[in-house]
Design a protein around this ligand. Structure first.
Ligand code: WT7
Length: 581
């Protein structure tokens, strides 16, 4: 990528004044003669016209490595049929369709089908428990839910009465097997097969398309909305950062509920006409090395947690699987330490790039680009088209820090095509909450004299657990539903693999006895309600939570307490396998 000096012209082009770069991309992605601009059509139908119908669009690997392939022609056909089904069920443009599926072909058909119908695609984490799923379905005012049948039974069925907006549930059977749906649900496969394909709705670039929940700084999770034009940013970063072309096999390991999967597991590679690889399994070093080699993956997008897990298995394993096809690997979600970058580069034999972005930004904004000198340990430099700054909040005013190496908050100007259109609140789109014309990221960074950004920490209380951002307030709120707990404070405790894990401190209501039995019961309740990803790993009973005079929980005190507890000593320090490469 070129240097970031050209950023202003491109930035303006994304929002208003035309520039040839964005105009060309827009033209390339338009599938309707009248200027309709629909992600679903651009990621499937568009490639048929170019004679790419027989190419594999998506290959899904099942738990036992079974391959389920779907060609561009099939993806285009099935997603157009699903669009017809949704329109037939009464879906209006702008209505939300939530999707709770694992990495199966129906996930991709659903994403594109919802968008073709003019709906807003809202994927949810399958690892979440009934509580967080219920609150997100409610906040999104989802009209339709497409869900795996087992996940429905375990995580949604009991909440139906509390979701008055949810008119239809479409069940997807495991491995595409048809299910006999309960009375208040429909069978996805039967409906899709019986429908005739509908042409994609001619949405406009600014029409809402994507809705992802991120953890809020108050109790409720934040629903972030992106519009169809976000695809411009996905296409350009797919091409320029990952070098994606139709011959590529691109594997993004992100969970389907995370925007990383929507942007880089679905839209970017499909907009580029490449083949998407999706693996059912979560982090599994031995299996993953095998997949990189056997499936001839050319570009790989993963997380620091995954690479750290692979480091623990040692360099010899990496060498025994060394793939000849891989061209580039990158990671996102947490700081990628210098050791991991160097280890990844040696073990995989290709550039290993750190990239930074957020749900609100919608696509990679800062990266160590393959075409530039890399600075391992830094997040890299801003991509052309992004206008970023390091700022300090001075009362209600923002001061932009020009001097290098001063820590401040990372701020981004709106205008980049995938930046949020706003947050969802009570079914309406709220503003993006700008300060002096800047979007504030909540991340503390410093920029060195050469424009490389270095991550320092979060300015807020968010817990970063693996790739997931966990809002302590959401966890506390749900834990308070347990009758024994009077007050709860949840903080992140440092963890070698996941960076932080949620740990809870609680005081008890009268009549309850602190002890191992109650602790086990509350932790089981937490896993059941919140799901294993979000549930606290430890629970400590304390007589009273530390509070400020204003009554705010002092999380810093709890954090200090969390690390005082005897730690499980990890038998394999991260640095040892590095030495072997
Ligand atoms: C937060 C965003 C990650 C994209 C998808 C949505 C942290 C992200 C890095 C990085 C250090 C990073 C930040 C950011 N983060 N990338 N390369 N180095 N920290 O992700 O759930 O909205 O989380 O993840 O704190 O604000 P998200």
């Amino acid at each position: 990528m070129a240097s970031s000096k050209s950023s202003d012209t491109v930035n303006e082009g994304a929002s208003a004044g035309p520039t040839s770069r964005w105009d060309e991309l827009r033209e390339e992605l338009c599938t309707h003669p009248d200027g309709g601009f629909n992600i679903g059509a651009a990621c499937s139908d568009r490639h048929l016209a170019a004679g790419q119908g027989e190419r594999i669009a998506v290959r899904c690997l099942g738990p036992r490595m079974q391959q389920r392939d779907i060609s561009y022609a099939e993806l285009a056909d099935r997603s157009s049929r699903l669009a017809a089904v949704l329109i037939g069920l009464g879906l209006q443009p702008g209505d939300t369709v939530a999707v709770l599926l694992r990495r199966v072909p129906e996930l991709f058909v659903s994403a594109l089908g919802v968008l073709k119908a003019g709906g807003v695609y809202c994927p949810l984490f399958a690892t979440f428990g009934p509580g967080p799923i219920r609150s997100r379905l409610g906040l999104a005012q989802a009209k339709v839910l497409i869900v795996a049948d087992d996940l429905y039974a375990r995580k949604v069925a009991a909440s139906r009465a509390a979701l008055p907006d949810l008119h239809h549930v479409l069940l997807v059977g495991e491995d595409g097997v048809r299910t006999v749906p309960p009375e208040d649900c429909l069978d996805f496969t039967t409906l899709v097969e019986a429908a005739s394909p509908a042409a994609a709705i001619a949405t406009r670039p600014t029409d809402p398309a994507l809705l992802h929940f991120t953890s809020g700084t108050t109790g409720t999770p934040k629903g972030v909305v992106q519009s169809h034009r976000a695809m411009l940013a996905h296409l350009i970063t797919g091409r320029e950062l990952f070098g994606l072309e139709p011959d590529d096999i691109f594997w993004c390991t992100a969970d389907p509920g995370w925007i990383t999967n929507t942007a880089y597991g679905v839209i970017a590679p499909l907009a580029c006409g490449a083949t998407v690889l999706a693996d059912e399994a979560d982090i599994n070093p031995r299996r993953w090395y095998g997949i990189l080699a056997d499936e001839k993956v050319t570009a790989w997008y993963t997380t620091p947690t995954a690479i750290r897990a692979m480091m623990r298995y040692g360099a010899a394993l990496a060498r025994s699987y060394r793939s000849n096809s891989l061209r580039v690997a990158a990671s996102v979600g947490e700081p990628l330490n210098t050791e991991a970058v160097l280890w990844g580069q040696k073990a995989l034999g290709v550039p290993f790039l750190d990239t930074w972005w957020q749900t609100e930004i919608g696509s990679v904004a800062i990266a160590n680009c393959p075409s530039e000198t890399q600075r391992p340990g830094s997040m890299g430099r801003v991509l052309p088209g992004i206008h970023a700054a390091v700022v300090k909040r001075e009362g209600s005013h923002l001061e932009v820090i020009e001097t290098p190496d001063i820590v401040g908050e990372l701020a981004i100007r709106p205008g980049w095509p995938s930046m949020l259109s706003g947050y969802v609140g009570n079914g309406v789109l709220l503003g993006a909450g700008l300060h002096d014309g800047w979007y504030l990221t909540g991340d503390l960074v410093r920029r060195d004299a050469d424009g490389y950004y270095w991550f320092v920490g979060r300015a807020d209380d968010m817990i970063k657990c693996g790739g997931l951002q966990i809002g302590p307030f959401e966890v506390e709120g749900l834990l308070m539903n347990h009758p024994a707990l009077a007050e709860v404070g949840v903080v992140g405790k440092p963890d070698l693999l996941l960076r932080e894990v949620p740990v809870a401190f609680a005081s008890l209501n009268p009549g309850f006895q602190a002890g191992d039995a109650l602790r086990a019961e509350v932790l089981a309740f937490a896993r059941q309600e919140l799901g294993s990803a979000m549930a606290p790993r430890e629970l400590h009973f304390i007589p009273e939570l530390p509070k400020t005079i204003a009554g705010k929980i002092m999380r810093r005190v709890l954090k200090a307490k969390a690390v005082e507890e005897p730690e499980d000593i990890d038998p394999l320090p991260l640095s040892s396998p590095c030495a072997e490469v």
